[in-house]
Design a protein. Structure first.
Lengths: 83, 156
């Protein structure tokens, strides 16, 4: 599964994207974030505040209980500031 | 129509093109967003806009479709730039064309409000204290909320 990071999340984690293989017990966005936090490399700190960590699956905003599957394009980013 | 691009745009050319050949159109409303030289009380010498290619176009198209669903519009245009921009530079153009002004003005306002909270863009500002990411404003969420209350539907 491909995970993309944007803005200060990308800067803090230190990469724009990574290819991961989720463990089988991870089924939804909340579980994926918990698993990512456990992987180190600045992820625990960058992803600690769920209020400012937004997730899109296949380019749609989703909530924490949304399922994630192998082959999904997942993006993790802070609140948007365009316009 | 949606365009996400690095380069600048010519407002006159874009607005002319929006109404070209359609004699039903009685008015065009537009909003142009510019880079300010102040952010959070600090002098801003430039900003860099990052976006999520693919999702950006998808979200903008959804927002545009929603505007067409709510108001009788003949044409709409959203151009949003990315990359490094300096104070005074244009960031975004939203334009709406309709037989009557009410729909054009309301839809233009709606589009820029929704774009600010839904389109995946992020700004990083260059200041004398260093670069810093712009934080989302609660006002922007409130502005979007205005269009979900249904109030605009009561006054066509």
């Amino acid at each position: 599964m491909k995970i993309l990071y944007f803005a200060w999340l990308r800067a803090r984690i230190g990469c724009a994207e990574e290819e991961v293989r989720l463990p089988p017990q991870v089924r939804d966005v909340a579980g994926m974030l918990d698993w990512l936090r456990s992987r180190g490399g600045g992820r625990a700190e960058a992803l600690q505040n769920p209020a400012i960590v937004h997730v899109a699956v296949n380019q749609d905003y989703v909530d924490l209980d949304h399922p994630v599957r192998e082959g999904d394009e997942v993006a993790i980013f802070p609140p948007v500031t365009g316009g | 129509m949606i365009r996400v691009q690095r380069e600048d745009f010519d407002i006159g050319v874009e607005l002319d093109r929006l109404a070209a050949g359609n004699r039903r159109i009685g008015g065009i409303a537009s909003f142009i967003g510019l880079v300010r030289d102040l952010g959070g009380g600090e002098r801003v010498s430039a900003l860099t806009l990052e976006h999520y290619p693919g999702m950006t176009e998808k979200k903008l198209a959804e927002i545009e479709l929603e505007a067409h669903r709510r108001w009788p519009l003949d044409a709409t245009l959203i151009i949003h730039r990315y990359g490094r921009l300096e104070p005074g530079d244009r960031i975004v153009l939203v334009a709406t064309a309709s037989p009557h002004r009410e729909a054009a003005l309301a839809a233009c306002h709606f589009l820029i409000d929704w774009l600010k909270t839904d389109a995946p863009f992020w700004k990083s500002e260059e200041t004398p204290q260093g670069d810093r990411w712009v934080e989302a404003r609660p006002d922007d969420d409130a502005a979007r909320q205005r269009w979900t209350s249904g109030r605009e539907a009561e006054d066509p």
